[in-house]
Write a new protein. Structure first.
Length: 343
């Protein structure tokens, strides 16, 4: 099923027909159990591993596709990077990137444009913001092309198209195709950029610790730390931090998965604000940081995510028999065996 309106309609038809779940088989090689009901999803929450085969090539062993103790350790190390106080420091970055997008819209309208594809513009804006927050890198991607940004966009497109072609789910087939070759080329660009940033930043921080004076310490404390800074400096209970490869994996995940889902959520929020008048009475007032936790703003975000999830489905791989409600058992068999969970 494709990631289109028609594809989602097919899923909705399955839900109306089967209510809680259904199975799909491709001979002895590929088995897919589609789950729709919350009671059937619950057993999968903790007893199966995420399956992001095409995503692994981009991210490596990041938090998103880890499990067990590896997941727990990375979660502890990465949590400080997403503290509210850290995120609050990025508000100026978000506002700056949003203003660039808004100014571009005004310019396009003045030139006679009457229809704009919102996702394309918002996606570039989220990429612009994340590059500044993650790497302190100003790509100017909203106004001009960038090799790294183009590679991220292409990887996202190719990963989606790979999921839609059942034969491309097998690496030994996919890497021989033109799409597979383009994927590897774009992947090399992304990994080269991230590796260079992480290595240079680690060297800079190491040299800074060796030479900084007391005044330098105060200046460093006031300087806004980006995502790479924070995860380079964080340590676990044994005083060990993440390796360069682990940091690259998290940074790639942050960029690749973060910009697309955030752009989707923003677009649907804009749509809901227009058609549902969810902020009635605000009269165009600016939203401040303190407003985000209050009921009207929180309600808009929560309702938007509930109605139009940025991630409508996730896939999990199981390696043992799974018991579902009603004493139904899905047996582990040879070949690729997956659960597809729809929200």
């Amino acid at each position: 099923m494709q990631s289109t309106e028609e594809g989602l309609q097919q899923v909705d038809d399955l839900v109306q027909t089967y209510k809680h779940s259904c199975c799909w088989f491709l001979g002895p090689f590929y088995h897919l159990v589609r789950l729709f009901h919350p009671d059937y999803v619950k057993p999968l929450s903790n007893d199966s591993a995420p399956n992001y085969k095409s995503f692994f090539s981009v991210s490596g062993h990041s938090l998103l596709i880890s499990n067990g103790e590896v997941w727990s350790r990375k979660r502890r190390l990465l949590t400080p990077a997403f503290h509210f106080d850290i995120l609050k420091n990025y508000i100026a970055v978000f506002n700056s990137s949003s203003k660039i997008m808004h100014d571009k819209w005004c310019r396009l309208v003045a030139e006679g444009k009457t229809n704009l594809e919102m996702f394309d513009h918002v996606s570039l804006m989220t990429l612009d913001s994340l590059l500044k927050c993650a790497f302190s890198y100003d790509s100017n991607c909203q106004e001009s092309s960038s090799e790294y940004v183009s590679a991220i966009v292409e990887l996202n497109d190719l990963a989606t198209r790979r999921q839609e072609n059942i034969l491309h789910h097998w690496d030994w087939i996919y890497w021989k195709t033109q799409q597979g070759k383009r994927f590897k080329q774009a992947l090399n660009t992304v990994h080269r950029f991230t590796r260079d940033v992480v290595q240079k930043r680690r060297t800079f921080l190491s040299q800074q610790r060796e030479t900084e004076t007391q005044s330098d310490v105060a200046l460093t404390a006031r300087r806004r730390k980006d995502f790479v800074d924070i995860i380079l400096l964080t340590k676990d209970e044994d005083g060990k931090g993440l390796t360069d490869e682990e940091i690259q994996a998290e940074a790639n995940t942050f960029m690749f998965a973060g910009h697309d889902t955030t752009a989707s959520a923003i677009c649907w929020t804009l749509y809901n604000l227009e058609v549902m008048d969810l902020m009635e009475g605000r009269d165009g007032q600016e939203i401040e940081w303190e407003d985000l936790s209050t009921f009207p703003s929180h309600h808009v975000h929560q309702r938007g995510l509930r109605l139009h999830s940025p991630v409508p489905g996730v896939t999990r791989k199981y390696t043992q028999d799974m018991v579902l409600p009603g004493n139904r058992t899905v047996q582990q068999v040879r070949g690729e065996t997956l659960f597809k969970i729809y929200k």
